[in-house]
Design a protein around this ligand. Structure first.
Ligand SMILES: [Zn+2]
Ligand SMILES: [Zn+2]
Length: 449
């Protein structure tokens, strides 16, 4: 049986008739701009959607410009477009495997009691839920000292929530950092040691800095290059009155006037300027750059969330593993939990292992969950989508692909072709736009258009 497209005249199509055999692999090839995409996506796929939705009583969907198409069935499309460009999207979030991990962490995590410092386990602690103003908060008690604390829940384990995200980078793992060239280590402070200090501004800053040192009874560096400053002198130059070192001093009050030592510090001042402008002022462009977040070191979660463990592993570590290693860890959890605890998490373990096995089948088990989705090649992204279809056991689908070999290493083309053959053997119809000669050899039929 053939899919019969009669009188297609969408966009640049010139009232054409095409027949495509069902349950085969058909390649459509030809010059670009000849309307291959219009034929497959805007005509065949749209009409398949329309006919399918009408069987479920969705009326009024616009019919593409085509006389008729016979012998259609539900269609799916896998193409280069609709790539997820969200920088927060990772393999883990896109496949929902990250959600499974967060649930496992909510149920089984171990953490330190803030009061007695003992390691406590969420599943062994007594919980309590309180409702204040329609908002529920879950607490748990330390089994050792009875201290009550907020329980870490699934949202604490997500870098996309305010409860879980690192406050410095808002869960992106990257933030602006100061470049080394801001400090000229071979120069003295009056001679351009701080690259952004110049003229009267430099004099003013110096007076404030020296006043603060005097106030703290720290020696003032004279005629020494920045590289020879003591740690204390350099830290206070950089962080000013906000320095952690100062809170360690025994001074009860701090100066309230700039020239008495209320010195802001080189770096807090830079961050304040950037925050005020909501962008990097051109005067600072040479001295700051995007780098790994200095707070979470790229782990995206806040300190408490990233320190909790399950089977001695922290969530950000697990995210870095390839899927093969992740599968081993899942098996270990299964073996190391008693029936009562396993009942809390077995659905998530099953979902994880099913998805990992599916992705392994298409040769992508070298990926890790923290891999940004935007950095996958077009071929990797298409194979992930194909893997989901391959696993669905669906049959009689029309599967439309748009140049799936683009960005694919030649040695991976073979894997792609064998996946497509499996889909065909299961009774699906595969139609693909393709120019790759190796791929075309495997086609059952070829439409030149
Ligand atoms: Zn305790
Ligand atoms: Zn961070």
């Amino acid at each position: 049986m053939n899919i019969e497209i009669r009188n297609a005249y969408e966009k640049n199509l010139k009232h054409i008739h095409v027949e495509i055999p069902r349950n085969q692999l058909t390649v459509i090839t030809g010059l670009s701009g000849s309307g291959k995409t219009t034929l497959l996506k805007d005509t065949l796929y749209m009409e398949a959607q329309r006919q399918y939705l009408e069987t479920m009583s969705y009326q009024g969907i616009q019919k593409p410009k085509v006389g008729e198409i016979r012998n259609l069935s539900p269609a799916v499309i896998i193409d280069q477009e609709d790539r997820n460009e969200n920088p927060r999207s990772t393999l883990g979030t896109q496949t929902d495997m990250y959600t499974d991990l967060r649930m496992i962490f909510e149920k089984l995590h171990h953490r330190e009691c803030p009061n007695c410092k003992a390691e406590i386990s969420a599943s062994d602690s007594i919980e309590e839920t309180e409702k204040i103003n329609e908002k529920f908060t879950v607490y748990m008690y330390c089994p050792k000292c009875q201290y009550r604390m907020d329980k870490l829940t699934r949202s604490n384990f997500s870098f996309n929530t305010k409860e879980g995200a690192c406050p410095t980078c808002n869960g992106l793992g990257k933030s602006l950092v100061i470049k080394n060239n801001l400090y000229q280590k071979d120069k003295t402070i009056v001679d351009g040691g701080v690259a952004i200090w110049a003229k009267t501004y430099a004099e003013y800053q110096l007076k404030a800095y020296y006043a603060l040192l005097r106030y703290l009874e720290i020696e003032i560096p004279q005629d020494v290059p920045l590289g020879d400053f003591t740690d204390e002198q350099f830290e206070i130059l950089k962080q000013g009155i906000h320095s952690n070192m100062i809170s360690n001093q025994q001074k009860k009050t701090l100066p309230t006037k700039v020239l008495e030592g209320k010195y802001e510090g080189v770096e807090p001042k830079i961050w304040r300027k950037i925050a005020d402008k909501k962008s990097v002022p051109s005067s600072l462009k040479d001295y700051v750059e995007e780098g790994i977040c200095p707070d979470c070191h790229g782990e995206k979660l806040n300190k408490l969330s990233r320190s909790a463990t399950v089977l001695n592993q922290r969530l950000p570590e697990i995210e870095k593993w390839d899927l093969h290693r992740l599968l081993d860890w899942i098996k270990q959890i299964d073996q190391n939990t008693d029936d009562q605890k396993r009942a809390l998490i077995q659905d998530y373990l099953l979902d994880l292992s099913t998805k990992i096995e599916r992705i392994s089948k298409v040769g992508l088990d070298y990926l890790s969950l923290n891999r940004p989705y935007t950095t996958l090649s077009g071929g990797e992204a298409q194979r992930l989508k194909l893997a989901a279809i391959l696993d669905s056991q669906m049959t009689e689908l029309i599967i439309i692909l748009d140049e799936p070999t683009i960005g694919l290493h030649p040695s991976d083309t073979e894997g792609l072709i064998s996946m497509i053959k499996k889909l065909k053997e299961r009774g699906n119809t595969i139609i693909t736009i393709e120019h790759d000669e190796e791929f075309i050899k495997h086609a059952d039929s070829l439409v030149l258009h």
